[in-house]
Structure formats: structure tokens, C-alpha cells
Design a protein around this ligand. Sequence first.
Ligand SMILES: *Cc1c(COP(=O)(O)O)cnc(C)c1O
Length: 404
Amino acid sequence: MQYKNKNFHVENISTEKLARKFNTPFYCYSYSRIKNNILNFKNHFNKINPLVCFSVKSNSNLAILKEIRNLNCGADVVSKGEMMKASKAGIIAKKIVFSGVGKTYSELKYAINKNILLINVESLSELLAIEKIAKQKKKKVDIGIRLNPNTDAKTLKQISTGRVGDKFGVGEKEFIKLVKYAKISKFLRLKCLSVHIGSQILSHKPYEKMLKVIDRLIKKTHHEFEFVDLGGGIGISYDKNSKKFDFKTYNYLISKFLKKKNCKIIFEPGRSIIGNAGVLISKIIYIKKNKNKNFVILNAGMNDLMRPALYGTKHQIVPSKKNKKILNKTLEFVGPICESTDKFLTIKKFQSIKEGDIIIICDVGAYGMSLSSNYNLRPLPAEILIKNSKIKIIKNTQKLDDLI
Ligand SMILES: *Cc1c(COP(=O)(O)O)cnc(C)c1O
């Protein structure tokens, strides 16, 4: 994704061309970015040889899941719907792990029937529910237990999941209790210790702390876990100044942790695989002058991309076509939705723009389309994948008639 002759390109296709071909707003992904992200991720950890289970909630487009499957990844799912979609994409059951604090009885039944790799249990009640279903089916079910390691991921509070006050996983004492119970159960096979401390984590330090907690706890339980599932959470650079995650150190810390242990590592990355592989292409409807700033009203809104409204996050905004005229006016890029939080970014310096221009919102591959909604009764946008110079529509714009 870069400018060529002053035009923004996804691989070798200009966004101007795409915007002439398709109704804006729409998501556009680069296959080569996805592929490189996966290969790089695996490369960083090649000595560990982990199982990489893509976090389906970050992006659940079927065509994308198929590509990810073809790059030998499994899936981390958090609902029956995601499990079904991962299967439909061709991901085998033995590469699917199931997380979530509120798996329902029917979801658990479905997962147990499918014989997925692991159900990562997050409470005693869930453990008992699984045991009950397993008993009815006269089966032994493979489970993991999700530990809440009480580790602050030092990320946005809304996407932090591993502190003692967060709803996810179980604390150390409860963990030991659940291990003891699962070990003697005739219907449970305890295979995994799992954690996931949050998302958009840019420092290896929280992971270092987390590994120490896990290490201590494994010693305490005297249980030989076949798998240790370290979750996802590795962050990406949303602006040019932010630091890059130090994979090398994380890899070193895990290798150290694995010494004298005989277990396989599972990762559940979402954002780090798909985040920077997608852009949202939109058009300026109106420019409205205001006292200290101008509102640039896009035809993409918080229903298409919710992250800024939900967490106050910032995504880079760039013009599809570059020019040299600088505007000395503060611009606030907003959507058309009837909510004051429906704004994307305020920029002090931007090039001169006019109504009808195409505007690119960057790094929206993860938690973009998957968080979209029909709010204000707006149809969901289309999704397009660029692969080997070919433009593939991988999801059509929703039809208003179907919605109504
Ligand atoms: C959301 C989630 C992930 C993926 O997190 P990223 O920050 O996108 O890598 C992994 N595991 C679990 C259990 C999750 O809930």
C-alpha cells in the first residue's frame, strides 16, 4: 500500500480506479500483505514452531479465512457462528480453539460434536457444563483452562483482558482448583493452559511478566500440559511514530520458558495478521465550514468503522490522490451518522481537498468490517481483495431492500 505517481495503490491497483468501479465506502485488502504478515509471524517464531490460530473475530470474511487456511493457519473462535465459518473456510477441527467467557450449552455441544482441538474454559460452571455434555455423549473432551495472569497489558483499558478485575479467565487459586478437578474427571482431558492478556500490545514486557506467572503456576500444578496457548494481542503501528513490537525478544523469552518443558505453543493473532492489510475507501460528501475548523463529511461512518467511536482510536487518513497545495485549516473528518462520536480524526495540516474526493482510512483490516453494523439503517459496505493484480469482490454491499 503506497503512492505511485501521486496515487494511492493497493498492490498495483490505484484506489482512484477502484472508487470508479465500486460504490464507496468499501473495504479493500491486499493479499500479499496478509501473506507476508503470516510468513513473517511464523518466521519470527520458527524455532518454536507454534500452531498459529487466526483470531476470526478480527476479520471473518470467508474468502480471507480461506486464504489464511491456505497459509496453514488454524482458527481461534469465540462463537458457534465463527466456528461454522472457520469450518466452511476449510479449517480442520483439530486446528480450531474455542475461547470466550459465555459459551452457551448449545455452543459447547456443537464444539464437542465437532471434536475441535481445544475448548478453553473460563469458569468452573463452564467446566461442569462441558463435563455434563461429555458424560451424555460418553466422550472425553480436550480442554484448556484460561488463566487470568493478573498482568496489565499496558494497552487501552477497553481492550485489556488480563488484569484481576477483567472478566476473562480464572485467577491462580481457581486455576489450581479447576486443574485438580479436570485431572481426575473421566470425561475431561486437560491439555492446555491458555492466556490472552489484551490487544494492541506494543511492548514485550507484559508478555514477559505473563510468562513468569505461567511458569510458576505450571510448576505448582505438576501437570504436564501438551499445549500452552499464549493468545494474541501483538500490536501494530497505527501511526508512523509508534514503536514496533519486538518479536525477537518475545521469541527469546518463549524459548527460555520452553526449556525443560515438553509443550507446543499456540498463538491466536488477529490484528498483527490482518490489521495493516486493509483500508476503507470513502468519498467526501460535503465540506462544512465552521469557526475554527472545517468538517469533512465522509460517506463512511461509525457503522462501517467503529473503532474510533468505540475506543477513541486514531487511524491515519490520506488522500487517494496527492497534490502539493497545503491547507492551513484544521480538518475534522467525520461520518454521516447521527452521533457526535461519529468522527475519525482531526488533522491540523492536510492537502487541499474538495467534495467528491476519495479519502483512504488506513489499517482497518482488523476489527473494521467485523465490528460494522446497520446503525442508522445503513447497508454494510462491500469488501474487495486484491490478489495477483486481480480485483475480487469478496463480499457485496448489502442491499437496502434486504435490510428493509
Ligand atoms: C480477540 C482475541 C484474540 C486476538 O487478539 P489480537 O489483538 O487481534 O491479536 C486472541 N485470543 C482471544 C481469546 C481473543 O479474545
